[in-house]
Design a protein around this ligand. Structure first.
Ligand SMILES: O=C(O)[C@H](O)[C@@H](O)[C@H](O)[C@H](O)COP(=O)(O)O
Length: 232
């Protein structure tokens, strides 16, 4: 099962880091089953006191809104397990200006990292989780949007989403997401088949362009695989 494999990879990445492992979670349907497994069967294999949890992108809503990506991760996985100081939500609130929030989160990431410039030999994250949206977006990096070109910031505000829910977003940029030992995409469901095919065909889409400076791994369920691959 895909979620189990993903959970095992996350635990292995944590085990490789002996001080403060940093995991960048994501929203969407992709990681939900994995979150449930980490909170139950695998709970005892996570050194909760040491691990720090971030999020790749957030909808500009309050943390207790059902649309909040970190809100969901907290409810399903982190609350009652991770110390509150180890949970690093993007500090959104309803009506906040996305770029202001982005700058605040950038400062938080930089303070955790201990520098304002990313060193290619010292990744920010041990693992970054990714998903792919129906239009090929990942995190809140939407096709054709100017945020894709940002190289000198770690985060960016997105005034308008490309897909539902149409609320403003805050996202990590490509260089910040790339600063990890592993970027792990988790994609399942027949509804993803079309977009997976486009990404695999090399179309210029954010999910296909997002890469770790270390390893980039795609876990794709059988039903999400394009027919040309499934029938091989
Ligand atoms: O806030 C978000 O929407 C997510 O962070 C986003 O990047 C997600 O990973 C993809 O949209 C896939 O989500 P689904 O699996 O729900 O389609």
């Amino acid at each position: 099962m895909l979620a189990r494999l993903a959970a095992q990879r996350l635990i292995a990445r944590i085990a490789l880091h002996h001080e403060r492992p940093a995991i960048c979670l994501t929203g969407g349907s992709g990681p939900q089953r994995m979150f449930e497994l980490l909170a139950t069967e695998f709970e005892g294999r996570i050194p909760w006191a040491r691990v720090h949890w971030f999020i790749s992108d957030e909808r500009v809503v309050s943390l207790d809104d059902t649309l909040s990506n970190m809100g969901t991760a907290k409810r399903v996985l982190l609350d009652g397990r991770a110390p509150a100081d180890n949970i690093h939500p993007i500090p959104t609130s309803k009506g906040a200006a996305p770029d202001d929030v982005a700058r605040r989160y950038e400062r938080e990431l930089q303070s955790f990292y201990g520098a304002t410039t990313l060193d290619p030999t010292r990744p920010l994250f041990d693992l970054v989780l990714g998903g792919v949206g129906p239009d090929g977006h990942t995190a809140s990096l939407f096709p054709g949007w100017p945020q894709l070109a940002i190289r000198d910031r770690w985060t960016a505000g997105v005034d308008k989403a490309h897909v539902e829910p149409f609320v403003p977003r805050v996202t990590l940029t490509f260089p910040a997401l790339a600063s990890c030992n592993e970027m792990l995409f988790l994609v399942h469901g027949a509804g993803k088949r079309g977009i997976v095919e486009r990404v695999l065909n090399g179309e210029d889409l954010p999910a296909g362009k997002a890469r770790s400076n270390g390893e980039t791994v795609w876990l794709v369920s059988e039903d999400a695989l394009p027919e040309s691959i499934r029938d091989r």
